[in-house]
Design a protein around this ligand. Structure first.
Ligand SMILES: Cc1cc2nc3c(=O)[nH]c(=O)nc-3n(C[C@H](O)[C@H](O)[C@H](O)COP(=O)(O)OP(=O)(O)OC[C@H]3O[C@@H](n4cnc5c(N)ncnc54)[C@H](O)[C@@H]3O)c2cc1C
Length: 451
């Protein structure tokens, strides 16, 4: 065998797997990344946004969320104490590589009081502790991780894995896009959201079972930071859940960025929206996503296709992302540039096209978003203002979930899956933790075989 372990994807899941294996003293580890190396990645280049050494985490906001309920499904594989310990390990690795010490959202009387007030507004507050690395610090943290792996893990960037090689029901390695085969005893597949389609194909070709995840579709909301200041001062990121009045759909806030910016994101030819904030540079606005979760039933089994279809519709109508004033949406008219010029919230994503989101979203989604904003307004007056901006489409392409064991091993022996691409996680900390989990299992077997 060429390698003991081959890791596909140098996002947080792949990197933490590599760091763990290196710390366990496992040699001959190969980390393959289809995108550029960290130094060569350019923020302005849409291709580099999600791909390259560091993965989607490189330009993420770097909010590490301590929660068994948010950011992934690891709670379904581990008991509470083991998961808490694992998340702490992942978090401490971030701190070791330069993440700030400060934690936001520690349980306090203020948080408890906020939860009570949320309840009165038909909202459930999910208390979460968060460490905020900040977009501008993520690069430094990743650079130190890259250095820590140097000489211990063989890294190859610009190396796209085309398929996995299996013989006799066991994983044997990977086939690269240039036709070369790399052999390995173990493979950890961590291709991220950008590689979700690839992962699905791999699962189909190897006969691995998967489960469709719900698809989360919605808008990115932007408003004056002062509207949510009281809440974001207490919790930094406020995760709220609402069950919509009309459809009883689960609607939630996601990725709240106080004083942040809305950004456009390229995802395999489709433009969607997202948001981030810097640790030091501040805008006048706060943004957050409002996402509606839909779970479909048989025979439909393509939530990613459904999400892409809706996002494509926004691109078709707006040539990219669309922005609309809430006042215009409610009045049944599109936003125009002159209407936006009269908006008290200045859009931070300047290239979004003023348009009409009611042409994009199914009635069910749009109504659920509106009902959520009305509930939020009861908690924080000013949210349901005509000057609130809605950007579309924000869609979370949660991959079909690959069936894995408690150690993240798939139904194929020695093939492990981790991170967002396997549908197991949805955020930095759980993605990193899943990489550690897979690497520990692999390391244990290699060490046991050697002794
Ligand atoms: C703008 C933005 C902001 C975000 N902010 C936050 C946040 O604040 N907090 C949070 O918790 N999460 C955040 N996220 C989500 C977070 O970045 C992801 O959950 C996390 O990066 C997932 O890690 P991963 O390793 O599973 O996948 P990724 O980070 O997506 O990495 C996967 C890597 O695998 C590579 N790859 C894919 N297929 C192949 C292949 N066939 N061959 C070789 N390489 C391949 C990709 O190029 C990619 O680099 C944000 C995401 C974005 C886009």
């Amino acid at each position: 065998m060429d390698y003991r372990v081959i890791i596909v994807g140098a996002g947080p899941a792949g990197i933490f797997a590599a760091l763990t294996l290196a710390d366990l003293g496992i040699d001959r580890v190969l980390l393959l990344e289809q995108g550029k190396d960290l130094d060569a990645r350019q923020r302005q280049c849409s291709e580099d946004m999600l791909c390259g050494w560091g993965g989607a985490g490189a330009y993420s906001d770097g909010k590490l969320t301590f929660s068994s309920e948010v950011g992934g499904y690891l709670a379904e594989y581990l008991d509470r104490d083991s998961l808490t310990g694992l998340l702490q390990t992942a978090d401490q690795m971030y701190v070791r590589f330069g993440a700030p010490d400060r934690l936001f959202g520690e349980l306090s009387p203020a948080v408890e009081e906020l939860a009570d007030r949320a309840r009165l507004a038909d909202l459930e507050l999910v208390p979460t502790r968060i460490r905020h690395i900040g977009t501008e610090n993520c690069r430094g943290v990743l650079t130190r991780m890259r250095e820590a792996l140097s000489g211990r893990v063989h890294t190859c960037t610009g190396c796209q894995v085309e398929s996995l090689v299996a013989e006799g029901g066991r994983i044997q390695g990977v086939a690269l896009a240039d036709g070369t085969i790399r052999r390995g005893d173990y493979v950890i597949a961590a291709p991220g959201r950008v590689g979700a389609g690839w992962m699905k194909q791999v699962a189909e070709s190897l006969g691995l079972s998967t489960k469709a995840s719900p698809v989360d579709i919605g808008v990115r909301v932007e408003l004056a930071a002062t509207v949510l200041k009281e809440i974001t001062d207490i919790t930094y990121e406020c995760k709220l859940i609402h069950y919509s009045k009309t459809f009883d759909d689960k609607v939630r806030t996601f990725c709240m960025n106080p004083y942040g910016e809305v950004v456009a994101e390229e995802n395999a030819g489709i433009t969607t929206v997202n948001g981030h904030s810097y640790a030091r540079k501040k805008s006048a606005n706060t943004n957050f996503a409002v996402l509606v979760s839909s779970t479909f039933t048989e025979p439909f089994n393509d939530p990613i296709g459904y999400g892409r279809y809706i996002a494509r519709l926004a691109n078709l109508l707006g040539g990219g992302a669309i922005v609309q004033r809430l006042g215009d949406l409610v009045a049944g008219r599109r936003s125009t540039q002159s209407r936006l010029d009269r908006c008290l919230t200045r859009p931070t994503l300047a290239q979004a096209t003023p348009g009409d989101l009611s042409y994009v979203f199914p009635y069910r989604h749009l109504l659920s978003v509106i009902e959520m904003l009305q509930a939020l307004d009861r908690l924080a007056p000013g949210v349901y203002s005509r000057h609130t901006l809605l950007y579309g489409v924000e869609v979370k392409f949660y991959s079909n979930r690959i069936t894995v064991s408690r150690e993240m091993e798939t139904e194929m022996p020695n093939l492990f899956a981790a991170g967002d691409g396997a549908g197991i996680t949805r955020g930095l900390l759980q993605a990193s933790a899943s990489g550690i989990l897979a690497a520990r299992a692999v390391g244990k077997r290699i060490t046991a075989a050697a002794s």
